[in-house]
Design a binder for this molecule. Structure first.
Ligand code: FAD
Length: 451
């Protein structure tokens, strides 16, 4: 094994977190090296067990803005202003995400985003990427081992290493095996499978400015628009029981979709074939403590705190991590001597409560998406939440809006206020059937007393 003369700062993983972090560090005058296991990014499909497209929201956009690249990414985005609920009888109903025109989220292709971030990092900021190289372990002193595409191994002799190698992080696995940190993965008993909803005559077959949801209680189908006028649909289904991925196979998928998602079937011309060939993805929450080791290695993004995707916030949270890092670097020193231990400790203190909060809210949102959006009481509470926001601006903001549209409110604070607001909504709607019947004087008193 050879010992290379290392760069001062290395990043393992050139996904969204790795590339954004590289840009932010380069803007601070550092020269990060990115080690990326995959082949060089192209805008074509990248199948690595992660979703084909994602929802980007205000937190992610704020971080991209801080890196000076939000306008570069804007051309990749399709706005979605609410959830379009598809009932069994084919009826569609839009549940807006927010009340302001700006309160929308954006569908973006993972491959296109990774490609643009890499290009910006490499071309605009001179960041070096080594594709086809992967971290295969971490020595007891915290030095990562890198394997090149020809199978040779070397120690990565960097002063400081950021591990942005995703939910299945090899760095986290190796540190856990060494006893350096403790971590666990809480797997969800539901998995996912992605399918493509075709365009119709070259145009979107469904409203492109919505996130489509077919909520069916124990399971659901969702679909996000792509720039090529298709939608990527994701079926979330339990692994066991009925129906589940164990009972719905390629030969029964047609009948299952006809029964549960009849209006989607005409848009799935190759349903059986695609259902058979596309993998079932695992979902889960990563718990990990601490996030750093040996004063030189820090886990960021999914590597530290992967979550289930039902709030559409995993990447947004990973981007927020990067900005937190960008903020902390100059505060603690100069290029010749950053106080990395202090930076790492401050980072984890600031981010860990927020990672826990969004992990819990993402799990709760699964129940809401697959179940409650079908429920009349859910709609009444959502309507009342908007009414209270209109009447008491700044004092009452629906929790979903705090998470998706208010980066200035931390995830932990959104969760705290959200719990109080949920109780207020419950009390105000307990024996009412419409927003008109709600006692707004009482609402004001409750908000004053509790928020
Ligand atoms: P990753 O995106 O996983 O990137 C890790 C990178 O490291 C990859 O490029 C990988 O090739 C590389 N790598 C891995 N191992 C090694 C190694 N050993 N050596 C070198 N390189 C390595 N988030 C949202 O915000 N909105 C959404 O709508 C959303 N939808 C989702 C839907 C699904 C089905 C799933 C599974 C996730 C979703 N997420 C969403 C979460 C989002 O995908 C992640 O939070 C985000 O990708 C995290 O970015 P990251 O850079 O930390 O990790």
């Amino acid at each position: 094994m050879s010992e290379a003369v290392g760069p001062r700062v290395a990043i393992i993983g050139g996904g969204p977190a790795g590339s954004l972090l590289a840009i932010l560090l380069a803007r601070r005058g550092l020269e990060p090296l990115v080690i990326e296991r995959g082949a060089a990014f192209t805008a074509g499909p990248q199948r690595g067990g992660r979703s084909i497209n994602l929802a980007l929201a205000a937190r992610g956009i704020a971080a991209l803005h801080r890196a000076g690249i939000d306008t570069d990414v804007a051309k990749l985005l399709t706005p979605m202003r609410g959830r379009m609920r598809h009932d069994l009888d084919g009826q569609q109903r839009l549940l807006p995400y927010g009340q302001q025109a700006t309160e929308q989220i954006y569908s973006v292709s993972r491959a296109a985003l990774n490609t643009v971030l890499h290009e910006l990092a490499a071309r605009r900021h001179g960041v070096e990427y080594r594709f086809g190289e992967q971290c295969v372990g971490v020595e007891r002193d915290g030095t990562p081992l890198i394997e090149t595409h020809d199978g040779r191994r070397r120690r990565l002799a960097a002063d400081v290493v950021f591990a942005a190698d995703g939910a299945g992080s090899e760095v986290r696995r190796a540190l856990t095996a060494n006893g350096a940190i403790s971590s666990s993965e809480e797997l969800l008993d539901h998995g996912y499978k992605e399918l493509t909803l075709a365009a119709r005559d070259g145009e979107f077959a469904l409203d492109p400015n919505a996130l489509h949801v077919w909520p069916r209680g124990g399971f659901m189908l969702i679909a996000l628009p792509n720039l090529d006028r298709t939608f990527t649909a994701t079926l979330f289904l339990p692994h066991r029981g009925a129906p589940s991925f164990a009972t719905v196979g390629a030969n029964t998928a047609g009948a299952f979709f006809e029964r549960e998602f009849p209006d989607a079937v005409p848009l799935l011309p190759n349903l059986e074939r695609d259902y058979a060939s596309h993998p079932v993805g695992q979902l889960g929450t990563v718990h990990c403590r601490p996030w750093s080791f040996a004063n030189r290695l820090l886990l960021v993004g999914d590597a530290a705190h992967a979550i289930v995707p039902f709030h559409g916030q995993g990447m947004n949270a990973a981007f927020e991590d990067c900005v937190a890092r960008g903020d902390l670097v100059p505060r603690h020193g100069h290029d010749s001597g950053y106080d990395w231990p202090a930076i790492f400790a401050a980072f984890e203190t600031a981010r860990a409560p927020n990672a826990r909060a969004i992990a819990e809210m993402a799990l709760e949102n699964y129940r809401e998406m697959r179940d409650e959006v079908r429920d009349a009481q859910f709609e009444l509470k959502a309507e009342l939440a908007f009414e209270l926001e209109r009447r008491f601006p700044g004092r009452f903001i629906p929790r979903y809006s705090m998470v998706m549209f208010h980066p200035e409110i931390s995830y932990a604070e959104a969760q705290r206020r959200g719990a109080i607001q949920a109780q207020i909504l419950y009390e105000l709607t307990d024996s009412t059937h419409s927003v008109g019947q709600v006692d707004l004087t009482r609402a004001s008193a409750l908000i004053d007393a509790r928020l």
